[in-house]
Design a protein around this ligand. Structure first.
Ligand code: MLC
Ligand code: AMP
Length: 507
């Protein structure tokens, strides 16, 4: 009996009394206790009819039981589908109808509304957190041992949605081997061991917080200090007792903006990792000047997990995302011909290896567009190799904004804005923002006879889009800049509004 991911990440910890999770109130869950809890949750899944291959949609708070649910889903052979807690019901509705889960787990506060979606889709509903955490109480009554369901390396372990340039989110199918191979590569490269203590302040519904941070810790047997969210004061308190921090660039700019963040505080730290969005070279430099540590920047994405990393021992070069991970091929190709390009030339970054996903859920055409027959995945990121194999990301061929590490596809917002009565057309783009890296701006052309205020527009989109996707500012223009082919020139808009002031409440 084998289960690729469960055996390597979880089963190995049977009888391991070392601490795994540590919470704000200093409560600690040992690896062994976590495994027992996982078995109880796996029984809940099985008792409720979750079969191998079934999807489990999870939009839940960052709790020990949420992580046990991830582990239990792997153990029961199901496919874990975590969702951003900021998603609105309208967004959730899409994921549920697309993925057709057999179970949905939500925050108990959302039980009534999500329950309606569950009823419509025929999925079972369970809740976590709050006063009546039904999944947790159901698990309490279950045995602490569960017979692990067999899963082969190519079986799916997770389905993670990533927005698309066409506006429709696509579910990236990730196999047991995709996730395990990447955790193994990162643990080896970054030297993670059971002596490490990770400060975990990322959300657990994306690749970075769930796979990069959690899977590597599990594989190495490290201790994880689980924080609900990025809380500057709590992180400053925790750093002297920790060895490892993984974050998006916003973590590092926020730390640097605080005078309490000193070299002394980081004395016990072994490694700071940054990713999910570009880290400015000046942040890299300022960090080293303040602390003596060089941040290790790596590059990845939902479809592939991590692709490249700066070296642990060796030069961590600012403005680059380092070299291809062991066992993974990364090439830069001509955007039109697809031919590989030599170092120094800018082209499309393509990736092949055991980390590359199995395709988009029920979207064979999309899969064929982005995953070549020879196994290379076309990332949509533009890059350039140095002579000594360091990759720099120099742009994106996809129209994408990354704000605070969250990807936002302008198309999704534009479609909603264009549907508002009186809006003739819109263009959504990102401008530099000190805190989030990029901030979202919308330029709108309104029918001359109509009067529309920014507040009215914001109110209209409130229930349709997660808050982090809302434009931070609306610009009313008489027409959008277009090239001779009629295509909107977002670069012109980005330049025009690059230095605009965002009011404090908005920035
Ligand atoms: C929160 N807000 C954001 C935002 N996060 N707005 C834009 N972009 C973001 N990322 C808004 C909220 O809606 C709210 O708006 C206000 O900002 C304050 O909310 P908050 O909850 O207090 O924010 P905060 O906790 O400060 O969160 C900021 C953050 C967080 C940057 C710490 O967003 C975060 O943890 N980001 C990490 C995302 C991540 O894990 N990405 C990895 C993807 S995987 P208002 O107006 O209502 O007050 C991937 C692959 C790879 O990309 O390579 O890793
Ligand atoms: P996601 O689809 O949310 O997984 O986001 C993946 C995208 O984030 C990649 O395609 C890149 O555009 C971007 N990204 C991830 N890491 C980095 C990095 N270190 N530097 C620049 N961009 C990054």
């Amino acid at each position: 009996m084998t289960n690729t991911l469960y055996d390597s990440l979880f089963a190995r910890h049977e009888g391991n009394e070392a601490p795994f999770l540590q919470f704000d109130d200093d409560q600690v869950v040992s690896y062994d206790a976590f495994l027992k809890r996982t078995a109880q949750v796996a029984h809940v899944l099985q008792n409720n009819g979750v079969s191998p291959g079934d999807r489990i949609v999870v939009q839940a708070p960052k709790l020990a039981d949420t992580i046990a649910l991830y582990a239990a889903s792997v153990q029961a052979g199901a496919v874990y589908l975590p969702l951003n807690t900021a998603y609105t019901l309208a967004e959730l509705d899409y994921f549920i109808s697309d993925a057709q889960p057999s179970m949905i787990v939500c925050d108990s506060r959302d039980e009534i509304e999500v329950g309606k979606l569950a009823a419509r889709s025929g999925a079972k509903l369970r809740t976590l957190g709050g006063v009546y955490p039904s999944l947790s109480s159901e698990a309490d009554a279950q045995p602490c041992v569960f017979e692990t369901v067999d899963r082969a390396p190519d079986d799916l372990a997770a389905l993670l949605y990533t927005s698309g340039t066409t506006g429709r989110s696509k579910g990236a199918m990730l196999s047991h081997q995709n996730l395990l191979s990447n955790a193994q590569a990162l643990v080896g490269l970054w030297g993670i061991t059971n002596d490490d203590r990770l400060v975990h302040a990322l959300p657990i519904f994306h690749t970075h917080g769930l796979f990069v941070a959690m899977n590597t810790s599990l594989l190495a047997g490290a201790r994880v200090r689980l924080m609900q969210k990025f809380d500057l004061g709590a992180i400053l308190d925790e750093l002297p007792k920790s060895t490892l921090l993984m974050g998006v660039p916003t973590f590092y700019t926020r730390l640097l903006a605080d005078d309490r963040f000193t070299k002394e505080i980081t004395g016990n730290m072994r490694l700071f990792v940054s990713g999910s969005a570009p880290l400015l070279a000046e942040t890299h430099q300022a960090f080293e000047t303040r602390t003596g540590h060089r941040i290790l920047e790596r590059y990845g994405m939902t479809e592939t997990n991590m692709n490249t990393s700066n070296p642990y021992s060796g030069e961590r070069r600012a403005g680059t995302v380092g070299m291809a991970l062991p066992g993974i091929e990364v090439i830069v190709t001509h955007t039109k011909t697809g031919e590989p390009l030599p170092p120094g030339e800018v082209g499309m970054i393509e990736v092949r290896g055991p980390n590359v996903f199995k395709g988009y859920w029920q979207m064979p055409e999309k899969t064929a567009e982005e995953l070549r027959e020879n196994g290379f995945f076309i990332t949509g990121d533009l890059g350039q190799f140095s002579e000594d194999s360091y990759l720099s990301i120099v742009g994106r061929s996809k129209d994408l904004i990354i704000t605070g590490g969250y990807n936002v596809y302008p198309k999704e917002i534009e479609e909603i804005l264009n549907d508002i009565d009186g809006v003739l057309e819109s263009a959504v783009f990102g401008v530099p923002d000190n805190d989030f890296g990029e901030a979202i701006i919308a330029a709108l052309v309104i029918e001359p006879s109509v009067k529309l205020e920014a507040d009215q527009i914001a109110e209209t989109i409130r229930d349709k889009l997660s808050r982090f996707k809302h434009p931070r500012r609306y610009e009313f223009v008489s027409k959008l800049p277009r090239n001779t082919m009629g295509k909107v020139q977002k670069n012109v808009l980005r330049e025009r509004y690059a230095d605009m002031e965002l009011s404090p409440a908005e920035s």
